[in-house]
Design a protein around this ligand. Structure first.
Ligand SMILES: Cc1cc2nc3c(=O)[nH]c(=O)nc-3n(C[C@H](O)[C@H](O)[C@H](O)COP(=O)(O)O)c2cc1C
Length: 196
């Protein structure tokens, strides 16, 4: 696929089959993560955790499910975001995907906010690689944010992270129940102003 064809196929998948992705595809996705740009070339500040254990994923999803119980708060956070079914989220923040990759960053305060930019670049690179491989994927923020918000449900110890790292985002990956299809590319979703 050329780049714009890839972009036409890229979308968030929220329905997966149970079939596990191959080791070869996983390794390509991890290669894509390593190909992402990272601020100040500090790749050592980033850590990936590949979870392919259903029991651990279920445990990690507890906080997200708990958070979803406060519907008023959720409405405030996500507003009327289209295409996100409330009920689905309450069941499983990973949407049944058999592989979830958590992207963690070393805690730091030298360049405030750069950790979020870094993990976004790495995650998007994996999202595009998954698309190219015909796999579905979706960013996963809610359950991690929930674990930060509800400390008693913080299950990040299960990820066995290196010292002083925190998981900031994840990507759920698997075979989509419906093959990825092309969508038209828009030019007006994000506002632009030009200064000449
Ligand atoms: C930083 C970030 C966090 C996101 N977190 C979630 C999430 O927790 N759960 C989810 O279902 N989708 C999540 N998404 C996916 C967005 O909802 C989705 O990309 C957006 O609605 C556009 O839809 P599309 O990806 O199908 O084009 C996230 C996307 C980004 C970039």
């Amino acid at each position: 696929m050329d780049y714009f064809e890839l972009l036409r196929h890229r979308k968030s998948t929220r329905r997966f089959t149970d079939e596990q992705i191959s080791q070869d595809d996983l390794s390509r996705i991890l290669t894509a993560a390593n190909a992402a740009p990272v601020g100040s070339n500090q790749y050592k500040d980033i850590h990936l955790t590949v979870v392919q254990n259903r029991g651990i994923l279920d445990k990690l999803s507890e906080a997200a499910i708990k958070r979803w119980e406060d519907r008023a708060k959720m409405k405030k956070i996500i507003g009327d975001t289209p295409n996100v079914a409330f009920s689905q989220r309450a069941i499983d923040p990973f949407y049944g995907a058999p592989t979830v990759i958590f992207v963690s960053h070393r805690k730091q305060d030298l360049q405030p906010g750069i950790e979020f930019s870094n993990v976004a670049c790495v995650t998007y690179s994996m999202h595009l690689a998954a698309t190219e491989l015909g796999l579905g994927s979706v960013f996963m923020w809610g359950s991690l944010e929930a674990m930060r918000e509800i400390p008693e449900l913080d299950n990040t110890a299960l990820l066995n992270l290196p010292d002083n790292f925190q998981s900031l985002i994840g990507i759920a990956i698997g075979y989509p129940q419906q093959a990825l299809s092309e969508r038209d590319l828009a030019t007006d979703k994000i506002s632009v102003n030009h200064i000449s």
